[in-house]
Write a new protein. Structure first.
Length: 172
């Protein structure tokens, strides 16, 4: 069996031609298919010059020169562009990393200063409480001494009342 489109041989159970992909199930029932070259030879039409495609020259590939300079130029340009992009990406990430580190350092410094200020405020509050307690104790002491001075008018102003002399020691 031959393909109805390209004339290449195909197996009878094949649905599509393996060369051109034409559906082989839609065959005309009247005439069995013939190879393409047989159809051309048996046609009654006047001889027509058929155009056969010419193969592409392979001289450049088989000349031994290898890859052409134009290809090397394209590859080199791409390599430079890729390396430049990677370099810029790395540099920008480094700058961003340094900026982030500087911001973190500044935040840590602000936290440290805030902690020191809170500690200083706490120390000042404690010191103020001690001063108030000492003032209260001093005020109470002054009140006691003034009360004693009013009770004992013999003492001169500025002198505290003296307690009586202790009894002499007893010998046994």
């Amino acid at each position: 069996m031959f393909c109805t489109n390209c004339g290449k041989p195909v197996a009878p159970e094949t649905r599509f031609c393996t060369h051109c992909g034409t559906d082989q199930t839609a065959l005309p029932a009247a005439a069995p298919p013939q190879p393409f070259h047989a159809q051309v030879a048996s046609s009654a039409a006047p001889a027509v010059a058929m155009h056969t495609p010419t193969p592409l020259p392979t001289a450049a590939l088989s000349s031994g020169r290898g890859v052409t300079p134009a290809i090397w130029a394209v590859v080199g340009t791409l390599a430079v562009a890729i390396l430049g992009g990677l370099g810029y990406w790395g540099w920008s990430n480094k700058v961003a990393g340094e900026e982030t580190a500087n911001k973190l350092t500044a935040v840590e410094e602000q936290r440290r200063l805030a902690a020191e200020q809170a500690s200083a405020a706490s120390n000042q509050a404690a010191e103020a409480q001690q001063i108030l307690a000492a003032q209260a104790a001093m005020d109470k002491r002054i009140e006691v001494e003034e009360a004693q001075a009013r009770a004992n008018p013999q003492t001169q102003p500025g002198q505290a009342a003296q307690s009586p002399a202790p009894p002499p020691p007893v010998k046994r």
